[in-house]
Design a protein around this ligand. Structure first.
Ligand code: SF4
Length: 100
């Protein structure tokens, strides 16, 4: 499955949810999560994320591996999202900092 990492936290652009063919994104007040039981590994969400927050689980750096379980747990606790939301107020600032 693919995994949303901490880079989404505080940004939550939600471009990802508009391209997912199987509606496997969930959302809370800080970021999105992928339900690993629904993800079909199409990879479509990876290039549309403005901050590069989504990665295939097998490509995660060691310090990001914990996000596999976080995505599984949080997607079970949060609602599905299928339509784009406005980015969080901190998104632009965070995106610029990440690309600097
Ligand atoms: Fe959805 Fe494909 Fe991304 Fe999985 S890899 S979350 S199926 S868009």
């Amino acid at each position: 499955a693919y995994v949303v990492t901490d880079l989404c936290c505080g940004c939550r652009y939600t471009e990802c949810v508009t391209v997912c063919p199987v509606e496997c994104f969930h959302v809370d007040e800080t970021m999105t999560y992928i339900d690993p039981d629904n993800c079909i590994d199409c990879g479509g969400c990876v290039p549309v994320c403005p901050v590069g927050a989504i990665q295939a689980s097998y490509l995660l750096a060691p310090d990001k591996v914990s996000w596999i379980e976080i995505n599984r747990a949080r997607s079970a606790e949060t609602p599905t999202i299928i339509s784009k939301l406005p980015p969080l107020p901190t998104a632009e600032e965070r995106r610029k900092a990440l690309s600097a």
